[in-house]
Design a protein around this ligand. Structure first.
Ligand SMILES: Nc1ncnc2c1ncn2[C@@H]1O[C@H](COP(=O)(O)OP(=O)(O)O)[C@@H](O)[C@H]1O
Ligand SMILES: [Mg+2]
Length: 234
């Protein structure tokens, strides 16, 4: 579904992502893990067309998308839930959700998507009239995911959804992501929470200083010596 190869991305002369190759196949949940500053968000912004790569190929559903504008990429069904949620705090939960349904495909299936979101995130339904800024951190993250689902994604990309959440909410959040995958949405999950993210992934990639240093099955990676030492303190 998504295929990257030979990707190089930087800010001015400072290169951040180096000769990167990875892929996400239809119906997979793929986790990309790496420490703070590894280049995860830079990579995701490049996939979404917000940053232009210096060189390389990005293909989505068989088409090259590297020269498309961000809105054209979203129209094709590649939807990102950004790091830090980026909600409209003074608008209600309902209004934030509706803002997700701006693409042609999403407008057509707006009612059905709304129902799916409320089934998946029942806590949100009780709060539709509240402004987003009054929600807890966990609820705001759920709302950001809900808004992403309203955009009718074929591929949903999540940038560090567990950041700032309590262990209990983190657990809930990963369960919700697992349900999204079970409903047929392909997911690329980007996380520093290596244990959870790889534990639930079909496949994973480890990013260090802008390079993929390890890849493989999620459980296989969790048992890799380098990963255990560098990320799990074992
Ligand atoms: N807008 C920017 N301008 C210059 N450098 C940046 C910018 N955004 C991020 N960087 C740098 O790129 C590197 C990777 O950052 P980032 O992609 O945010 O990593 P991660 O998401 O893995 O924490 C860091 O060294 C960071 O300082
Ligand atoms: Mg980041």
């Amino acid at each position: 579904m998504l295929k990257l190869s030979g990707l190089n991305v930087g800010y001015g002369k400072v290169m951040v992502v180096h000769d990167l190759a990875m892929e996400v196949r239809t119906s997979e949940l793929v986790s990309l893990v790496g420490a703070n500053g590894a280049g995860k968000t830079t990579l995701l912004k490049t996939i979404s067309g917000l940053i232009k790569a210096q060189s390389g190929v990005i293909e989505f559903m068989g088409d090259t998308i590297i020269n498309l504008d961000p809105y054209q990429i979203v129209e094709r069904g590649l939807v990102q839930v950004p790091e830090g949620r980026k909600l409209f705090p003074h608008m209600t939960v309902m209004e934030n959700l509706e803002l997700g349904a701006y693409t042609r495909a999403a407008k057509q299936s707006r009612a059905a998507n709304m129902e799916k979101v409320f089934n998946l995130l029942p806590d949100l339904k009780a709060k539709i009239k509240q402004t987003a800024g009054t929600l807890s951190g966990g609820q705001q993250q759920m709302l950001a995911i809900g808004r992403g689902l309203m955009t009718n994604p074929k591929l949903l990309i999540l940038d560090e959804p567990s950041i700032g959440l309590s262990p209990r909410l983190t657990q809930t959040m990963f369960e919700i992501i697992s349900q999204i995958k079970d409903q047929g949405v392909t997911v690329l999950l980007v996380e520093q929470n290596v244990h959870h993210a790889l534990g639930m992934a079909n496949r994973g990639y480890v990013l260090e200083q802008g390079r993929i240093v390890l890849q493989g099955g999620g459980h296989e990676l969790l048992h890799h010596e380098h990963l255990k030492k560098a990320y799990l303190g074992m």
